[in-house]
Design a protein around this ligand. Structure first.
Ligand code: F6R
Length: 241
């Protein structure tokens, strides 16, 4: 693992954005794996800036998002599809047909998961951006006795629903289920960038990077991948030394 503790939020955003857009600059048909949440917002801002200033086109690129809530239509304000449009897609020239998110409104979630996994097999992710949950989740792969390898539907843990309630009018509005790429699907990406900010993540960062590899901390499975870049701000990295 290549672990970097950065001096500022700005630096973290810039470096992560450079990895992602750099992949598209080098290979215009690159496949990017994307995340939502608060961490990537600044990263996407930087990507948009670089797209404009360096005229890097996403016309041939493809993106796959990690996850989506079940029961929220793509145009729902809190759907991850809306988030991606707001923070990235509407500002770049990525064709809408190249931007993939699991369909949380699918009649059969099982079929949707299989379909998503097939698309990922056909267009493997070159570089995957991840955030880290307080409980060690990546995507919506929550801690537990077992982890699913492939894309699957999950019941969200209360702690995760609590953390995400800030984006909804009330906790009751937070969906109870989601579709997520599995840890196996995530680990198939050629390169993974784990971006983490904030003192409240310092303990879980240490556990994920240096603790035992365990389904109780899904991010610890990243230790088994050969090309992970960890970008931390000072607060998230403060328990590492
Ligand atoms: C979002 C996702 C989640 C978040 C994680 C951290 O697509 O997959 O695993 O990355 O919950 O969220 P923030 O960045 O809001 O702390």
């Amino acid at each position: 693992m290549n672990i970097r503790v950065l001096d500022s939020q700005e630096q973290l955003d810039d470096i992560a954005a450079e990895y992602l857009i750099g992949a598209v600059e080098r290979r215009p048909d690159a496949v990017l794996g994307l995340a939502t949440g608060s961490t990537p917002i600044g990263i996407y801002e930087k990507m948009v800036e670089k797209h404009r200033s360096r005229h890097i086109s996403f016309r041939e690129a493809t993106t796959f998002n990690l996850d989506e809530y079940v029961g929220l239509a793509p145009d729902h304000e809190q759907s991850y599809a809306s988030y991606m449009n707001k923070h990235l897609f509407q500002h770049i020239d990525l064709p809408a047909t190249h931007a993939h998110l699991p369909n949380g409104m699918a009649a059969s979630l099982e079929e949707e998961c299989k379909h998503y996994e097939r698309m990922l097999a056909e267009q493997p992710v070159d570089i995957q951006l991840l955030g880290l949950g307080h409980n060690g989740h990546i995507g919506f792969n929550e801690p537990g006795d077992t982890l699913s390898g492939d894309t699957h539907a999950v019941v969200l843990q209360e702690r995760t629903r609590d953390a995400n309630a800030r984006f909804f009018d009330s906790k009751d509005d937070v969906p109870t289920h989601a579709i997520t790429m599995g840890v196996g699907s995530i680990l198939k990406a050629k390169t993974i960038i784990l971006a983490v900010r904030g003192a409240d993540k310092a303990d879980i960062v240490r556990e994920a990077l240096f603790g035992p590899i365990s389904t109780e901390c899904p991010a610890s499975l990243l230790q088994t991948h050969g090309d992970v870049i960890v970008l931390l701000d000072r607060e998230a990295g403060r328990k590492l030394s």
